[in-house]
Write a protein that binds this ligand. Structure first.
Ligand SMILES: Cc1cc2nc3c(=O)[nH]c(=O)nc-3n(C[C@H](O)[C@H](O)[C@H](O)COP(=O)(O)OP(=O)(O)OC[C@H]3O[C@@H](n4cnc5c(N)ncnc54)[C@H](O)[C@@H]3O)c2cc1C
Ligand code: FES
Length: 506
């Protein structure tokens, strides 16, 4: 048993709580032993589910409740309050559930229940063989959802990566800083794939898709047939064709192997230069400062992250890193690197033993293009995530999907996973439009920014609260229409805005 001061907040539900204390909408947070538990009143009675998110353990009692769902305040995973099931990424494992008994005017939480049997689904279009190209966020989430939705046929996931699906966002955060152990990184165990009969094949590069024959061809010439295909090949980092940028001590950061190589190189290094002041560049700068390196950020922009978040928020994030000792060289462009110094176009020399190029990504569309699918800065998909070829779907960073009047491509972890989940349903004939509000989070020296919506270009930003106090929401408007919001220290507000954007797009 944990010490009293470590117990989750709220009443001990085993001792009973007044029925009147359980809200009609919302949840009452309390505990059973040392486990955090939520009590929810639904139309069919009271339900008790675990109070910590199965993604990173976020406090669901501080989340957003609507109907029979709760959304996590940290990365917006969505759970059923009735069954505990994870309905939407980034969580996949269910919450525990408990039996609730009402005695007089008190509710008691009794024993933990066995996991509810998975509902039996019958796909509208049963498929014998589904192939997923890509073992990242979208591919993983699609494979999981396909099995959840009753796909009983063959399921093959082909990944060029040497590692099974892993927590890519962590690579520029705790993992790079050296504060996340290796075992946090895989999304699940090898056994899990075997148990779910997901044939995950690593270091397996798909070289071509023959859409007429319904076969993928691997780089070694092997052909694998399919009835339906999901392309989830993600995006690859841009490189810069500058003198010295092909050296072994110049890196990009996309894969676990990239992160490991950077960490190895940084062990011998004193100083590192990062090209680009986007999310990955800024997160990596913070993480490498934690390793004690001198860190320089070089970018042509006046303010980091200005295009994504606006000048005020970008400046706020810059100030966090500057306070941590990151040195900024803005309105500057790199010219060459020799392993000891990065020379800028202005002639300035920056001592750097390691160089990391973080200048954005390009979608990996070659396979789709060569197979005859419509491609334009991403694989063009319809509202159901189907490409221009029937039975061929695309999801994640590689897909450009309809959002309002636009076709957009977003590069967010949770969104890629949710696209994978939606594509899975549609691979089995659900025909459901994908209408999730984009969401991402980013981490800068202990400050978490949560962002929902899609702004692209915006006309005005309104900031409520205080940047200094790290307690604010920035709202982005096109005309008078709210299109996105970024929050710090206001997790519930960000969830509420996400819900309003969802309603507005319905
Ligand atoms: C370092 C880093 C930090 C990030 N941090 C955040 C964050 O904090 N928040 C956030 O929202 N987003 C973050 N992102 C973005 C997020 O990780 C991506 O949006 C997400 O991974 C996209 O998922 P995906 O499935 O489309 O592509 P990926 O996850 O990149 O997966 C693509 C897969 O396809 C495989 N593949 C490619 N081509 C082939 C081929 N020809 N044959 C076989 N396999 C192939 C690749 O090996 C890989 O397994 C971060 C990204 C990086 C790189
Ligand atoms: S901790 Fe709940 S979604 Fe990440």
């Amino acid at each position: 048993m944990a010490h009293t001061e470590e117990l989750p907040p709220g009443p001990d539900f085993t001792q009973g709580v007044p029925l009147a204390s359980i809200p009609d909408t919302g949840v009452l947070a309390g505990r059973v032993g040392d486990e955090s538990v939520l009590l929810a009143r639904l139309d069919d009675g009271l339900h008790a589910v675990g109070g910590n998110c199965t993604h990173y353990g976020g406090p669901l009692g501080e989340g957003f409740v609507a109907g029979d769902e709760v959304r996590c305040p940290w990365h917006h995973a969505c759970f059923s309050l009735r069954t505990g099931r994870a309905r939407k990424a980034p969580a996949f494992a269910p919450l525990s559930t408990w039996r609730v008994e009402v005695v007089g005017d008190q509710a008691f939480v009794r024993e933990k229940l066995e996991a509810a049997p998975k509902p039996t689904h019958r796909p509208s279009i049963p498929r014998e063989r589904i192939v997923i190209v890509g073992g990242g966020a979208a591919g993983f989430a699609a494979a999981e959802r396909l099995r959840d939705l009753g796909h009983a046929g063959a399921l093959t996931m082909l990944s060029a990566d040497s590692a099974g699906p892993y927590d890519r966002p962590n690579l520029s955060k705790d993992y790079l800083a050296g504060t996340a152990p290796e075992e946090w990184i895989p999304l699940t165990s090898d056994k899990h794939y075997a148990r779910r009969k997901i044939d995950l094949r690593l270091e397996t590069e798909v070289a071509a898709i023959d859409a007429n024959a319904r076969e993928v061809q691997l780089a070694d010439g092997e052909r694998i047939g399919y009835d339906a295909l999901l392309i989830a090949t993600g995006a690859e980092p841009r490189t810069l064709p500058l003198p010295g940028f092909d050296r072994a001590d110049v890196f990009t950061l996309r894969s676990l192997a990239d992160a490991r190589s950077i960490i190895t190189a940084c062990r011998q290094a004193r100083s590192v230069a990062l090209i680009g002041a986007g999310f990955i560049g800024m997160e990596a700068a913070g993480a490498l400062r934690e390793r004690g390196l001198d860190v320089h950020v070089v970018a042509p922009d006046a303010v980091p992250l200005e295009r994504a978040l606006g000048a005020e928020l970008g400046g706020f994030i810059q100030s966090l890193h500057a306070a941590g000792g990151v040195q900024f060289h803005l309105r500057e462009k790199p010219a060459q690197f020799d392993g000891n110094a990065l020379v800028l176009e202005s002639g300035k020399r920056i001592d750097a033993d390691v160089l990391i190029v973080g200048t954005g990504v390009v979608p990996r569309t070659q396979l789709a293009e060569q197979a005859g699918m419509r491609v334009d800065n991403g694989i063009l998909v319809d509202a159901t995530l189907q490409t221009s070829l029937p039975d061929h779907f695309a999801a994640g960073d590689v897909a450009r999907f309809p959002l309002g009047a636009d076709h957009v491509r977003v590069e967010h972890w949770v969104h890629a996973e949710r696209m994978g989940q939606a594509a899975a349903a549609n691979l089995l004939g659900a025909g459901q439009p994908f209408d999730d509000v984009p969401f991402f989070w980013t981490h800068h020296r202990g400050v978490e920014v949560r962002y929902c919506g899609y702004a692209g270009q915006w006309d005005s930003v309104r900031i409520d609260g205080s940047l200094e106090a790290r307690d604010f929401t920035a709202r982005y408007f096109r005309g008078d229409t709210l299109v996105a919001a970024a929050s710090v220290g206001r997790d519930l507000e960000n969830l509420e805005i996400e819900a309003s954007l969802r309603r507005a797009s319905a």
